[in-house]
Design a protein around this ligand. Structure first.
Ligand code: SF4
Ligand code: SF4
Ligand code: SF4
Ligand code: FES
Length: 470
């Protein structure tokens, strides 16, 4: 694609024609704040946080949606732009159930001289997203310490019917969840209803999540920038069981926890180890800690054995180790049910292997794990990295090189790898191309989200093995 010449903040740039101002800025190391934008989805341009000044334009432009033009001159951080963003934040927070200290640390606050890390984690804030919230981070950046408008304290009911909790009083109507549930997962469970100030986001016909079409993939939780939709947390229960005399507890920890823990704990990338997390959990009283890699290998070994048998019955085989993918496939492709092969997830494998413990905790990335655990009871609590960070900080058990522990072994079977990368650990991704490859004479497709899966399963191309990740 041809390039166009533009100037952003005085920097002369040559960028691909057709890119947005935001793409051009980001690819050249210039930061423009965003709230509703997700790079994998079409821009909604609804939050107004990314506004910039373009010379010759009569109004501010949304950098996430406005395309670059030859000769365009853009200013991303003028006084007027900053004032506009601050006003937007003030308006958002005026219509928001603020349960965190987004502002009190700024200016003459009683918390002012405290360590910012402590502030994010202290007991006075009441929102699960405190310290991890895009809106809070922007409010701090733009020093939104006073709200000049009458505050509208919404008290819409909080939907706690499912492990995925919705608090509409903290929703900024960015619609990331709507798009991820609709365009990426093709479940279309979430939508906007009402107008203007009365607009709410939730399942159709105002149904609670537990009675909605939700399959429990947890992707809306992953993309929500605020505390409006989140997986139910268990901090107090976990600490209670871990401490309690006579309750034997086991935890499974995954290396996926490390990047988020490092971010929250302000540690350098690569400086936190699995051994340190194991040591920290032992400090709060967890009796045995296991590495998720072992359970993943065992889940893979079990899937290999099941696949051998299933392939002898015919093809294609449509396989998944995900609870949400199973719900999706059974609902949308009942005609293909003879091809389905569902194997246990690593969490389920761990849960079974650790049955001798009174309480089993699975620590892993934010996703559908919490729903899987709730529905299948395979472990007692699923804990995401945010929650783990809070537990460790609040109990004074932060990962510490001086306090390491070896992960114990459950002695589980190992996979042979005969299906190549088909059964390897694979992440859910929003980009929509399936990964296609040959393995041992079998044509395989790995679908990284449910719209990919729907396309492959409804398409003309024939595959022997189709793996679905939800
Ligand atoms: S959603 Fe964000 S801004 Fe709102 S109360 Fe929670 S942490 Fe604070
Ligand atoms: S958990 Fe998945 S299916 Fe349920 S509402 Fe969220 S994105 Fe949609
Ligand atoms: S629930 Fe979260 S992701 Fe969905 S519109 Fe509200 S703030 Fe955005
Ligand atoms: S990020 Fe551009 S309008 Fe929200």
């Amino acid at each position: 694609m041809a390039n166009v010449n533009i100037t952003i903040d005085g920097k002369a740039l040559s960028v691909p024609a057709g890119s947005t101002i935001l793409e051009a800025a980001r690819s050249n190391g210039i930061r423009i704040p965003t709230l509703c934008f997700l790079k994998e989805l079409d821009p909604r341009a609804s939050c107004r946080l990314c506004v910039v000044e373009v010379e010759g334009a009569r109004t501010f432009q949304h950098a996430c949606a406005a395309k670059v033009r030859e000769g365009m001159v853009v200013h991303t951080d003028t006084e007027a732009v900053r004032a506009s963003r601050k006003l937007t934040l003030q308006l958002l927070l005026s219509n928001h159930a603020v349960d965190c200290h987004h502002c009190l640390r700024i200016g003459s606050s009683k918390c002012d001289d405290l360590d910012p890390k402590f502030c994010e984690m202290c007991f006075f804030c009441d929102c699960v997203k405190d310290g991890f919230c895009d809106l809070q981070a922007l409010a701090r950046e733009y020093k939104v310490d006073l709200l000049p408008f009458a505050q509208k304290h919404n008290s819409l009911p909080i939907d706690q019917s499912s492990v995925i909790v919705r608090n509409p009083n903290k929703c900024v109507k960015c619609r990331r969840c709507v798009d991820v549930c609709g365009a990426v997962q093709t479940v279309h469970n979430l939508a906007a209803s009402g107008r203007g100030c009365e607009l709410t986001i939730g399942p159709a016909f105002g149904k609670p999540m537990a009675e909605s079409a939700c399959i429990g993939c947890g992707r809306c939780v992953q993309v929500c920038p605020t505390g409006a939709i989140f997986a139910r947390e268990h901090k107090d229960a976990l600490v209670y069981y871990a401490h309690r005399e006579g309750v034997k507890t086991a935890a499974m920890i995954s290396a996926d926890l490390i990047p988020e823990l490092e971010r929250v704990l302000h540690r350098a990338p690569g400086s936190v180890t699995l051994g340190e997390i194991a040591g920290a959990l032992k400090k709060i009283g967890v009796d045995a800690v296991f590495d998720a890699a072992e359970a993943e290998e065992a889940a893979k070994a079990r899937a290999e054995a099941l696949l051998d048998a299933k392939l002898s019955e015919g093809r294609p085989v449509i396989l998944s180790g995900s609870f949400a993918a199973k719900a999706f496939l059974e609902k949308n492709f009942p005609d293909k049910k003879d091809s389905f092969l569902f194997y246990d997830s690593a969490i389920a494998v761990f849960g079974r292997a650790a049955e001798g413990f009174d309480k089993r905790f699975a620590f892993g990335p934010i996703g559908g794990d919490a729903m899987e655990c709730e529905k299948t009871g395979c472990v007692d609590l699923a804990v995401n990295p945010r929650e783990l960070a809070r537990i460790l900080i609040r109990t004074g058990a932060e990962p510490n090189p001086k306090r390491r522990a070896e992960c114990e072994s459950l002695g589980l079977p190992k996979a042979s790898g005969k299906y190549g990368k088909l059964l390897d650990k694979a992440e859910w991704k929003m980009d929509r191309e399936p990964e296609v490859f040959e393995q041992g004479g079998l044509k395989c497709a790995v679908c990284h989200n449910l719209s990919e899966a729907r396309r492959v399963l409804s398409g003309e191309e024939a595959f022997d093995l189709i793996r679905v990740i939800a």
